[in-house]
Design a protein around this ligand. Structure first.
Ligand code: ADP
Ligand code: MG
Length: 272
């Protein structure tokens, strides 16, 4: 059996490219023949909509998994034989209140995923809401590593520092194996000095952490940057990933390159 890599895609800022990255990286990985399970942990259901999945009334979702009402296999929508989605609906907006009443709420997602090993699951990518609330803590408690989409923005480094602090706390208290896998720059505009400055700042910061005992001591700044591309902004409303919507766009090119760089870290045949 191949090792399972559970990757939480996190940034507490909204609109930085989390959902776009989970959808397009996820589908690109499945197109390369890898087994992928995507998890929509956001009550806005953007990932579910982006993948064109409609959840009928009464069908189980990730909400039911989190509150222990059903297993992941019952909630999973199979999009291809090697690609599934644990969808979300607006029900999710109340799940944090529901979870907060429960002992051990932090481990609700981990328990659910561990019980669902019959799904495609070589890579589990979790799309997180734009907050460091109970759902994001659940994702961090369930994950092996974190992928941070970062939009070059003047407060990006402050946001990153807060996020790293949360990762450290979850590692200390809930999940000792948690590490930062990497940072990927999204909506990148090479013409702006700000974009280039942020690349340098993140690269220097990660280089300075090499060999330290922090969860980001071996994190990478992906060489691939996701450029701002209008086709990426258009495809969610068609319920399509960029590969179906416009396979010749820069967006498709960038997410293919990200997939290839990502896979170079996890060669096929990696054993559990
Ligand atoms: N590289 C990009 N170029 C242009 N638009 C993008 C790009 N990446 C994402 N978008 C668009 O920006 C918005 C926010 O992206 P999204 O992935 O939903 O962010 P998040 O999940 O972090 O809130 C969406 O409308 C999305 O279609
Ligand atoms: Mg999102």
């Amino acid at each position: 059996m191949r090792a399972v890599r559970t990757i939480a895609v996190i940034n507490q800022k909204g609109g930085v490219g989390k959902t776009t990255t989970v959808a397009n990286l996820g589908v690109a990985l499945s197109d390369a023949g890898r087994d992928v399970c995507l998890v929509d942990l956001d009550s806005q259901s953007h990932l579910t909509l982006h993948l064109g999945v409609e959840v009928a009334d009464g069908e189980p979702t990730i909400y039911d998994v989190l509150i222990g009402e059903c297993g992941v296999s019952a909630a999973a929508e199979m999009l291809k034989p090697n690609l599934c989605l644990l969808p979300s609906t607006s029900d999710m907006s109340s799940v944090e209140i529901e979870l907060s009443r429960r002992e051990g709420w932090e481990l609700s997602l981990r328990r659910g995923l561990e019980a669902g090993r019959d799904l495609p699951h070589e890579f589990v990518l979790i799309d997180c809401p734009p907050a460091l609330g109970l759902l994001t803590i659940n994702a961090l408690a369930a994950a092996d590593e974190v992928l941070i989409p970062l939009q070059p923005h003047f407060l990006a480094m402050q946001g990153l520092a807060r996020l790293l602090d949360t990762i450290q706390q979850v590692r200390d208290h809930l999940n000792p194996r948690l590490r930062l896998g990497g940072v990927v720059l999204c909506m990148y505009e090479s013409v702006t000095k700000l974009g280039r400055d942020i690349v340098d700042e993140v690269r220097d910061f990660l280089a300075a952490a090499r060999g330290t005992a922090t969860p980001w001591s071996d994190a990478r700044l992906f060489e691939t940057v996701i450029r701002r591309n209008i086709r990426l902004a258009e495809c969610p409303s068609h319920g399509k990933t960029i590969f179906e919507y416009d396979p010749r766009s820069r967006g498709a090119e960038d997410y293919t390159a990200l997939r290839d760089e990502f896979l170079s870290l996890y060669p096929a045949g990696m054993e559990a």
